[in-house]
Design a protein around this ligand. Structure first.
Ligand code: ZN
Length: 500
C-alpha cells in the first residue's frame, strides 16, 4: 500500500491553497499510474494546510507517521522531501527514524529514498536542510515587505496599543484614538510627570480607581512602563520585530518572543493622531531611565539589580532580613504569584545557569565553525546543482532513445528546472551567510568573567553588577507554588537572556 501526503506551505504563497494541493496531487497520481499501474485511493491521501513548521503543529503529518508505524505501508508519495519537514534538526530526526525503522520509502517524482540505506539517508537529510535555508530566506523577504509598510507609517501589528483602535484608511491599516482609553493614557503620563509617581504606584492608583487594562484584570508596573515608553502615543510607529525564539523545555519546544534591544527598533512617523505631546513624552523618558534604583546614601547591595526580573516583568527587589539571609522577591507577588527565594539560592542558580549557557555557546560555536557552517552548505548546493545538470543530460538521452514521451519529458524537465531555480536562490542566500556573524568567543569570555566574580564573595557588588550587565540582558525568575509559607521547597527556574 502506498499513501500520498500533500502539504501547502508558506513557500507556495501566491497560488491558491486548493490549486497547489490539486496540482501536487495530479503530479503524484500520474506518477502512481505510470509506476504502480493505478491511482492512490482517497482514504490513503493526506492533505495538510498549516502555517506551522514543526511536527507538533501539524496533526496530519502526525497521522501519517502513526499510520506507517501501525500498518504495512510501502511508501509515502510527496512532491519533494521538504513537504515532510522543513523544520529543525530534531524534527528531521523524527521523520528519518519513522521511515527508516518501518522500512517505508519516501517517493518523490525525481527520486525514491530508502532511508535504511546510508547514502539515501544522507542525501535526504541534506534536502531537508536545504528546505530550511530556503524557508528562512522566504521569511526574510516577507519581513522586508512588512518593514516597507511600516516606513509608510502604517500600523501592521495585530493588537493595537492601549488607547487606540486598529482601523483601515485607504485600505491601509492605521490607528484611531479610542477616547475612553486615551483618557487613561493621559492620566498615566500625568501621574508620572506631575506627581512623579513610579510605574508601580501608578498601577496601584489605576487599580484603586477601578480602571482596568484591556485584557487583564489589573495594571502592573510592567504594563505602565510599556505605555510610558511607547512612542506610538506621540504619533510614531515603532517596529520592534520580536523574533520568535525556540528552545527546549522538559523535552518540548517552547516558543517565546523576547523583546528586542532598543537598537533594533525602527521608528517612523505614523499616520495616526498623537495622544501625548512630545514635550511630556520626552520628559518621562529622561526621568525614568532604566537605572537600578540606588538610594543615595547606600551602596548597591544587590548584584542582580536591573537584571533579575520576575516572570511578570517586574524587577526583583532585594530585602535584607535582619538575622536571617537576605531574600529576593517580586513586588507584585500578590498578583503574579511568584514566591521569593533567598539571595544565596538565586546566586547559586545564576552561577549554574550561566555555566549551562557557556556550554551551549561553546557547542554552537563549534557547530557553526564545523558541522553546519554555511560554507559547507554552499559546497553542498554546488554539488547538487552539478547532479541536476547530469540528470538533465540523462533526460535528453531518454527522450532521444524514445524511452520518454514528450509529455513525460516536459513534466520531468520542468520539475528539474524548478528545482534548479530554487537551488540557485538558496545558493545566493547561503553565500551571503557564509561569513561568520557572532563572535561566540568574546561572549564566552565575558560570561566566564561573570562566573569568576559571582563566585568571589569578597568582590565589589557594583563591579559584579556592571560585569553582569555587560553580558546579560535579563535573567527571568519564576516560582509558582500553592504553599504559602515562604520556606517551602518548590524549585524556581531561571532563564538567561544574553546581550547580543
Ligand atoms: Zn512578579
Amino acid at each position: 500500500m502506498y499513501i500520498i501526503y500533500l502539504r501547502k506551505s508558506r513557500v507556495d504563497s501566491g497560488a491558491a491553497v486548493s490549486e497547489v494541493l490539486e496540482r501536487h496531487e495530479r503530479i503524484l497520481q500520474n506518477y502512481a499510474k505510470s509506476n504502480f499501474g493505478c491511482e492512490i485511493q482517497e482514504n490513503c491521501i493526506y492533505r495538510e494546510i498549516v502555517s506551522g513548521e514543526t511536527i507538533k503543529d501539524r496533526p496530519v503529518i502526525q497521522a501519517v507517521l502513526n499510520r506507517i508505524q501501525a500498518e504495512d505501508v510501502e511508501g509515502v508519495l510527496v512532491v519533494d522531501p521538504q513537504r515532510l519537514s522543513r523544520g529543525d534538526l530534531s524534527d528531521c530526526g523524527t521523520i528519518i527514524r519513522a521511515f527508516r525503522y518501518t522500512n517505508t520509502l519516501i517517493i518523490t517524482p525525481t527520486k525514491t529514498y530508502d532511508l535504511s540505506e546510508k547514502f539515501d539517508r544522507k542525501f535526504f537529510e541534506s534536502e531537508l536542510m536545504r528546505g530550511n535555508d530556503y524557508l528562512e530566506y522566504v521569511k526574510e523577504i516577507m519581513l522586508r515587505g512588512r518593514l516597507a509598510s511600516v516606513s509608510e507609517g502604517n500600523f501592521i501589528g495585530s493588537v493595537p496599543p492601549y488607547g487606540y483602535d486598529k482601523v483601515m484608511v485607504d485600505k491601509k491599516p492605521t490607528l484611531a484614538i479610542n477616547p475612553a482609553e486615551a483618557d487613561v493614557v493621559r492620566l498615566i503620563f500625568d501621574l508620572s510627570t506631575r506627581e512623579s509617581m513610579g510605574a508601580g504606584a501608578i498601577a496601584s492608583r489605576l487599580n484603586s480607581l477601578g480602571f482596568s487594562p484591556r485584557k487583564k484584570d489589573f495594571w502592573t508596573a510592567a504594563s505602565i512602563t510599556e505605555i510610558l515608553h511607547n512612542p506610538v502615543y506621540i504619533g510614531k510607529i515603532r517596529w520592534n520585530w520580536r523574533k520568535t525564539v525556540k528552545k527546549y523545555e522538559n523535552g518540548e519546544i517552547v516558543t517565546s518572543r523576547p523583546k528586542s534591544d532598543k537598537g533594533t527598533w525602527t521608528l517612523t512617523q505614523g499616520k495616526h493622531e498623537p495622544i501625548i505631546t512630545e514635550e511630556i513624552f520626552n520628559k518621562v523618558q529622561s526621568e525614568t531611565k532604566n537605572h537600578p534604583r540606588i538610594h543615595k546614601t547606600k551602596k548597591l547591595v544587590n548584584p542582580f539589580a536591573g537584571v533579575l526580573r520576575c516572570e511578570c516583568g517586574t524587577a526583583m527587589s532585594y530585602q535584607p532580613q535582619g538575622k536571617s539571609e537576605p531574600r529576593l522577591h517580586c513586588p507584585h507577588q500578590q498578583h503574579c504569584g511568584n514566591k521569593s527565594a533567598t539571595y544565596k539560592e538565586v546566586e547559586d542558580a545564576v552561577i549554574q545557569s550561566i555555566g549551562t549557557v557557556i556550554e551551549e555557546l561553546k557547542a554552537k560555536s563549534v557547530k557553526t565553525k564545523k558541522d553546519f557552517g554555511y560554507n559547507d552548505v554552499v559546497k553542498k548546493i554546488e554539488t547538487e546543482l552539478k547532479t541536476l545538470e547530469s540528470q538533465q543530460d540523462k533526460l535528453y538521452d531518454l527522450l532521444e532513445q524514445g524511452v520518454y514521451t514528450n509529455e513525460i519529458f516536459m513534466q520531468r524537465n520542468g520539475k528539474l528546472k524548478e528545482k534548479q531555480k530554487q537551488l540557485e536562490k538558496s545558493l545566493e542566500n547561503a553565500r551571503v551567510l557564509a561569513e561568520p556573524e557572532i563572535d561566540y568567543e568574546e561572549k564566552i569570555l565575558g560570561l566566564y568573567e561573570v562566573l569568576e566574580i559571582l563566585k568571589n564573595p569578597d568582590a565589589d557588588v557594583s563591579t559584579k553588577n556592571t560585569l553582569l550587565k555587560k553580558s546579560v540582558k535579563e535573567i527571568r525568575y519564576t516560582r509558582h507554588t500553592e504553599n504559602h509559607t515562604k520556606w517551602d521547597n518548590t524549585p524556581f527556574t531561571l532563564e538567561v537572556f544574553l546581550k547580543l
